[in-house]
Design a protein around this ligand. Structure first.
Ligand code: SF4
Length: 261
């Protein structure tokens, strides 16, 4: 059944391969879990919970050590909570240690960056200023699009998305995601966000220019996807065969069904 509301993920899936969109969003076939997805979700939970700490209980003298330890303990907690998914998705199993260390390093870089921005003389105020609203859902009934913003500073109008990928630059895919968030923000608050960017946990923050052109780009892509996905006939969703079908030891979630069809 065609979708009433689209999202950055659904639009990006269509842009990669309309047939893949068909399997995922029209047929609603289940997605295979991957370690990258599992890890992405658990890291988001760690960051979200980190900001719920009571900063008044952190000592002024030792705050950097204490905050690092809190982040590490949260990572251990969420790693354990997700251990069966991690075990299921990592192959060979010896690589689980590698993923844990890589994730610990990512969280470590992120905490270092936060510590650099904290004012030791006014820990509470500076921490609260850096504390975003997390996982904020936005829905536009006008454009029929929705999205969850990872970190939102609504007073300042700053939108931030966390990425655990190995990329350190804003791809077209990420640009479209941010453009849609900016459109959603504009719809809700009647003003442009001041900044929109990605926090690449391994590499730091990158921002894009927020202007009318970006908002128009989002509107155009949202309009286009609604027009292109009205049908539930598979023939209307061409295959886009290429590197996304199969690579190294991996393959598209729908490779087996797709190649038979
Ligand atoms: S296997 Fe290739 S053509 Fe088929 S859905 Fe996946 S990406 Fe598209």
């Amino acid at each position: 059944m065609p979708r009433e509301y689209q999202s950055a993920s659904s639009i990006n899936t269509y842009r990669q391969c309309p047939r893949r969109y068909y399997y995922q969003y029209i047929k609603n076939l289940p997605l295979k879990k991957s370690i990258h997805l599992v890890r992405g979700n658990l890291v988001h939970s760690v960051l979200e919970e980190f900001f719920n700490i009571n900063i008044d209980e952190i000592s002024k003298e030792n705050f950097d050590f204490e905050l690092r330890m809190i982040a590490l303990e949260l990572l251990k907690k969420h790693w354990l909570l997700n251990k069966s998914d991690i075990f299921e998705t990592v192959s060979p199993k010896e690589k689980i240690g590698f993923y844990f260390e890589e994730t610990r390093d990512m969280i470590g870089y992120w905490v270092n960056d936060l510590l650099d921005k904290l004012d030791p003389d006014d820990l509470v105020t500076s921490f609260n200023k850096l504390k975003p609203k997390t996982e904020v859902e936005f829905i536009s009934d006008k454009y029929k699009v929705r999205g969850y913003i990872d970190a939102l500073f609504d007073d300042e109008g700053i939108i931030l998305d966390y990425k655990t990928s190995n990329k350190d630059y804003i791809t077209e895919e990420y640009k479209l995601q941010l453009a849609i968030y900016c459109l959603l923000f504009y719809e809700k608050y009647g003003r442009m966000p001041s900044k929109a960017g990605i926090n690449f946990l391994k590499f730091g923050e990158e921002y894009i220019t927020v202007d009318d052109e970006l908002i128009e780009f989002a509107k155009k892509e949202v309009k286009k996807i609604h027009e292109m996905t009205k049908s539930d006939n598979v023939k209307e969703y061409p295959k886009c065969e290429g590197p996304l079908c199969k690579w190294g030891t991996g393959e598209c979630e729908f490779y087996q069904i797709c190649m038979k069809g």
